[in-house]
Design a protein around this ligand. Structure first.
Ligand code: V47
Ligand code: SF4
Length: 350
């Protein structure tokens, strides 16, 4: 089953499906590690980053999202730019990547987002800003009236460096309709990323798995990403997001086990042969599965994070931050070589 991977041939849809249906977890891990080591040797990347979620008020109410609130609801919040800057100033350790995502606030104008990026860049010119999912960018196009390219160009001119991979969920329209009916369809998510790539803005991609989707849905999701990457080459990392069940939201009869997390990591590495990195996001996986994923094709573990609301609102039991020492330890104890990177994967030491 792994001949194609070892001989550099591309896996097709049937191969990917056969992998998901197989119990040969060690075989998959070995083949995925072979690909990962061909690309990066023993290197595993991490970054000093910080998350900011400017608001949890969102006009979409996706069923898997425990983070969002309606305007005026208990627990709803919306930060001013001054509050964001104060939060950044209060961060005790330095960081090179700032990850900003939030809800679709019904009242904020496009100028708020432009000013947010400009003010942050003015205060921290050396920090790279990875901000706004394709879902947010689509929302901004309705506020700006500038179209996709115009909206992205404005943000870029203020200092936006790259887009995170959120909002992809599962591309299949039936699953999407049940999970997040208000969210942009897959074709629009892909269109936003393609537009960003053509403007020279790198992006990441995600897949939320382990809820109501089938293996076929996962495979089709990976195939769509691989096809876009073939055209643009603009994706840096793929991040499989392990679903954190939230009580009563959707009828989840299975949620991702550790075995499923590792299998999904390995299949992603094997299928997405044109993606530089597969990221094991420790926040969703927990530190031990994240570390084990380094033997299943992962070559990135994300970063320090500092403050995390999306997974923790849904009950994630991982810590909210890791120190650089803890990340280095996690990587070296797996006999891999830790490499500090910035948002665009340049090797740095800050
Ligand atoms: O799009 C929401 C997911 C995403 C849950 O690009 C949930 O480097 C699991 O995309 N269980 C946002 N996931 C997070 C994200 C991300 C994270 C880290 C790095 C990068 C990157 C991107 O979180 C959303 C959604 O798919 N999410 N609720 C949940 N209950
Ligand atoms: Fe809003 Fe994003 Fe949560 Fe959906 S996942 S409700 S778009 S914040």
């Amino acid at each position: 089953m792994f001949d194609k991977a070892y001989s550099g041939k591309r896996l097709d849809r049937d191969d990917a499906l056969a992998l998901f249906n197989s119990d040969d977890l060690f075989g998959m891990g070995k083949a995925a590690s072979f690909i990962a080591e061909n690309l990066h040797g023993k290197k595993v990347y991490y970054t000093r980053n910080r998350h900011i979620n400017p608001t949890n008020v969102c006009v979409n109410r996706c069923k898997f999202c425990a983070f969002s609130r309606s305007a005026g609801e208990d627990g709803a919040y919306a930060m001013t730019i001054g509050e964001i800057l104060a939060r950044l100033a209060a961060t005790s350790s330095p960081f090179s990547e700032l990850h900003i995502v939030g809800g679709l606030h019904p009242d904020w104008p496009f100028s708020y987002y432009l000013d947010m990026i400009s003010e942050i860049k003015k205060a921290y010119p050396r920090i790279q800003i990875k901000a706004f999912t394709a879902v947010e960018i689509d929302h901004f196009t309705k506020l700006s009236g500038l179209g996709l390219r115009g909206t992205l160009s404005e943000l870029k001119s203020r200092g936006l460096d790259m887009l995170p991979g959120g909002g992809a969920e599962i591309f299949d329209s039936n699953v999407r309709g049940r999970l997040c009916p208000e969210k942009i369809p897959a074709a629009r998510w892909l269109e936003v990323h393609e537009a960003a790539h053509t403007l020279g803005i790198k992006t990441n991609a995600t897949m939320l798995y382990g809820h109501i989707e089938t293996y076929e849905d996962r495979v089709d999701h990976l195939m769509a990403l691989r096809a876009l990457q073939e055209r643009t080459g603009g994706f840096q990392a793929f991040i499989p997001l392990s679903y954190q069940p939230i009580s009563g939201a959707i009828d989840v009869t299975r949620y991702p086990s550790g075995i499923d997390d590792l299998k999904t990591m390995a299949v992603s590495r094997l299928v997405l042969d044109n993606f530089p990195h597969i990221k094991a996001y420790w926040i969703m996986l927990g530190e031990k599965i994240c570390q084990t994923a380094l033997y299943f094709g992962a070559t990135d573990i994300d970063g320090t994070v500092v403050e995390e609301k999306i997974a923790h609102s849904a009950g994630a039991s991982s810590a909210e931050m890791l120190t650089t020492g803890e990340m280095i330890n996690l990587i070296t104890k797996a006999q891999k070589e830790p490499v500090e990177r910035n948002a665009t994967y340049e090797e740095v030491s800050i």
